[in-house]
Design a protein around this ligand. Structure first.
Ligand code: B12
Length: 249
């Protein structure tokens, strides 16, 4: 009877291992350090992304590494997924690598000592796509906002309770699926009923400006980098309609 000499491979999850060659990926940056970061995201290379991000941070601002490295890498993952080149396993390992990179950049961005106000952030009920929300959290914290991070797959009731409890200057929502973004309208209706006039900034792949303009309090967030500016406007006394007018028209 044959015996198994090496047990180690039995426990390797091949369904979660990146292909290592990022098949079909297009080179996206002329900068060698940023290209390495993009490549690590594309290949879901959680081992090498630490060095790649640190190398990029040696000469570049963390915001540049986030926008031109990590987000660009995920955009390319999205394209490859949409073209049927990438499937769940590649997207999972790519997301994991991106989150490792984001954490390093977040540390480098630091936390502003000045506290400007509280923002409640969440990813819609039924939705586990939280990378956009995590970027929003990092940028808000770096710009002096206290973030109450409700996480992903958050029920409408939980968002309303958090607003009552923390009295934030702004609420954010992220949704990547057409089936989950409908929770935003419910949240908006509940907040209005309770008398809140704070901006509810909604973003994520499935969400559009047109959709968000369809409910009260709604402000469309195209890029995570807009979140700190919008929150500052709220702190400075602009109401949700003025913020919508400024950022969405
Ligand atoms: C990565 C990914 C995953 C990862 C998610 C990991 C994670 N932790 O997030 C994994 C592999 C787990 C996954 C699972 C699934 N996925 Co998926 N996934 C993707 C993929 C490839 C990329 C999405 C992404 O992370 N983009 C990068 C981030 C950074 O972008 P973003 O969130 O949009 O954020 C940017 C902006 O929108 C904005 N933003 C976002 N939020 C906010 C908030 C504010 C306040 C502001 C200002 C800005 C802002 O800022 C960011 C940029 O700066 C997309 C493909 C695509 N074309 O989008 C599919 C996609 C989203 N997935 C899809 C599906 C169907 C699924 C699954 C159901 C698959 C399955 N059969 O199991 C499950 C979902 C389970 C669930 N209940 O949620 C579909 C959704 C279809 C739809 N329209 O409804 C997509 C579109 C793929 C497709 N074309 O079919 N997925």
């Amino acid at each position: 009877m044959a015996t198994v000499a090496n047990y180690s491979n039995i426990f390797v999850r091949y369904d979660l291992v990146g292909t290592g060659d990022a098949k079909g990926a297009k080179l996206s940056s002329k900068d060698a350090a940023l290209q390495k970061v993009i490549q690590c995201v594309l290949e879901g290379d959680s081992d090498n992304i630490v060095d790649a991000v640190n190398e990029a941070l040696a000469t570049k601002d963390p915001m540049v590494v986030i926008n031109e490295g990590l987000i660009k890498g995920m955009n390319e993952v999205s394209r490859l997924w949409d073209e049927g080149e990438y499937y769940l396993p590649q997207a999972i390992v790519a997301s994991d690598a991106m989150l490792i990179g984001l954490e390093i950049c977040e540390k480098k961005l630091g936390k502003s000592v000045e506290k400007k106000g509280t923002v409640v952030t969440h990813t819609a009920e039924g939705d586990i796509h939280d990378l956009g929300q995590k970027i929003v959290n990092a940028l808000l914290r770096a710009n002096g906002f206290e973030v109450v991070d409700l996480g992903k797959d958050v029920p409408v009731d939980e968002v309303i309770s958090a607003v009552k409890k923390y009295n934030p200057v702004m609420v954010t929502g992220t949704a990547l699926m057409t089936t989950t973004m409908t929770a935003f309208e419910k949240i908006s209706k509940r907040l209005v009923k309770e008398g809140y006039k704070i901006p509810f900034v909604c973003g994520g792949g499935a969400v559009s400006n047109e959709y968000v303009q369809g409910y009260e309090l709604g402000v469309y967030g195209k890029d995570a980098s807009q979140a700190p500016g919008m929150a500052s406007d709220a702190v400075n006394g602009m109401d949700w309609m003025q913020i919508r007018e400024k950022w969405n028209s």
